[in-house]
Design a protein around this ligand. Structure first.
Ligand SMILES: [Zn+2]
Ligand SMILES: [Zn+2]
Length: 240
């Protein structure tokens, strides 16, 4: 499913801002500052590879777990081994639950040829590296933002920036801590989860008072509408 059918461009390894990024006079970029006389337009192509949360198969068109491909280069979450066929150049995993990192539930030994970044390492994929600080990859800046979701695994969302475009992708979450709100700032879009439609989602507490689970869709609309007018829901739960 192509969410934003925006044109792709090269530049993953490029440091230069080429003249081809000429503004064509549409939409909200109208007032942005030109560079060398040419206003720039940056676009991100978003492809949602899987929409299924951690639920049993319920529909033939709702089969695959989480995966979002940006500009056919950067893959966020690896809920299915099949997503490797897209040949992403780097992979970023929000958290090590199997519906976001298929290899956590796979008996076979996995090797992946491209860099894989996650909130923590695992013996199931030894080459995986921890991402804890912002990373620049060519024209993209990827900033990990801690989110509340699980007690057993660490969880992140990723702020993806390319030129003036800013997207926040989350896996599962209850909330984002307020101290990160300023970093999120104004966003072109948020891509987030829809495990639970109901207000309050499913939030549990352990004996130490630590919470874990998922916010509801209406909670996430409340949370993210401060940052953007575009919220894309995926990772649907049994409400689907
Ligand atoms: Zn999940
Ligand atoms: Zn999870």
């Amino acid at each position: 499913m192509d969410v934003h059918n925006l044109s792709d461009d090269e530049g993953y390894n490029s440091k230069s801002l080429g003249a081809k990024h000429v503004w064509h006079g549409r939409g909200e970029n109208k007032d942005r500052q030109p560079l060398n006389g040419y206003p720039l337009v940056f676009q991100m192509h978003i492809k949602i590879l899987g929409t299924r949360g951690e639920i049993r198969l319920a529909h033939p068109k709702h089969v695959r777990h989480s995966g979002v491909l940006i500009d056919k280069k950067l893959l966020f979450d690896l809920g299915e081994k099949a997503f490797l066929k897209w040949n992403p150049r780097s992979i970023f995993i929000t958290h090590l639950h199997p519906d976001h990192a298929f290899f956590m539930a796979s008996a076979e030994e996995i090797t992946i040829d491209v860099p894989v970044f996650a909130p923590e390492t695992s013996h199931r994929l030894t080459a995986m590296k921890v991402i804890a600080v912002p990373m620049q990859l060519g024209r993209y800046k990827i900033t990990p933002i801690p989110v509340t979701h699980s007690i057993k695994v660490k969880a992140l969302g990723f702020l993806i920036e390319k030129g003036d475009k800013r997207i926040f992708y989350t896996g599962d979450l209850i909330s984002v801590r307020e101290r990160y709100f300023e970093t999120l700032g104004k966003l072109d879009a948020v891509i987030t989860e829809a495990s639970f439609l109901r207000k309050g989602g499913l939030v549990r507490k352990n004996e130490q008072g630590e919470i874990f689970g998922h916010a509801g869709v209406s909670d996430l609309v409340n949370l993210f509408s401060t940052f953007t007018s575009r919220i894309i829901f995926t990772h649907f739960g049994s409400c689907f």
